[in-house]
Design a binder for this molecule. Structure first.
Ligand SMILES: [Zn+2]
Length: 189
């Protein structure tokens, strides 16, 4: 069975046997339930090991926080996609604190503009298309060497971002995808 068919079949079974606790979601207030209860937004990595692990390790439940994910929890500018998401959570969804959470053994440590370019070329991507993003690719992929330093850099960028109000606290943390340990890198005031 193709993966997507397997997922659809699982979902059909899931909805037909919805546990009581999930049935209650239908009666939630459509506006209020969108506001994160802890007024927190998390920017973290797409790493699959964080799925169903990061949230319980932080004591977060459904409805508690907004979670934004980018590869290596990278932010590349004052108005990049991750920042746009953060701005909506701040201005529309009452977020008052941001936690940038990197993790040990992040795949971005081994990813370089050279490794990505090579892989793209081998998959038939045109050199012209790669040339179009050459500088951006280098700045982003080659700029990431250490997950802790990256967290510091992202926190610094967000604190300096002129679009983010100064009363939003911005913290930097590092998560271990095996032990589940969370380490404070930089506490926002
Ligand atoms: Zn990662």
């Amino acid at each position: 069975m193709a993966l997507i068919d397997e997922i659809l079949a699982t979902n059909e079974h899931f909805c037909a046997n919805l546990p009581e606790e999930y049935k209650a979601y239908e009666h939630e207030d459509p506006h209020d339930s969108k506001i994160p209860k802890k007024h927190l937004a998390i920017l973290t990595c797409v790493d699959a090991r964080l799925v169903s692990y990061l949230e319980p390790a932080l004591g977060l439940k459904r409805g508690d926080a907004k979670i934004i994910k980018t590869v290596g929890n990278c932010v590349t500018g004052y108005f990049d996609t991750a920042v746009k998401s953060l701005l909506v959570t701040i201005y529309e969804l009452e977020v008052r604190e941001i936690a940038v959470i990197g993790h040990h053994h992040c795949g971005m440590q081994a990813t370089t503009s050279e490794s990505l370019t090579k892989a793209m070329l081998s998959r038939g991507i045109s050199p012209d298309a790669i040339k179009m993003v050459e500088k951006e690719l280098k700045d982003w992929a080659d700029g990431f060497r250490d997950p802790e330093q990256n967290v510091r850099d992202v926190v610094k960028l967000l604190r300096e971002d002129p679009l983010i109000p100064k009363d939003v606290k911005i913290h930097g943390l590092l998560f271990h995808p095996r032990s589940g340990q969370l380490t404070l890198v930089d506490k926002g005031e």
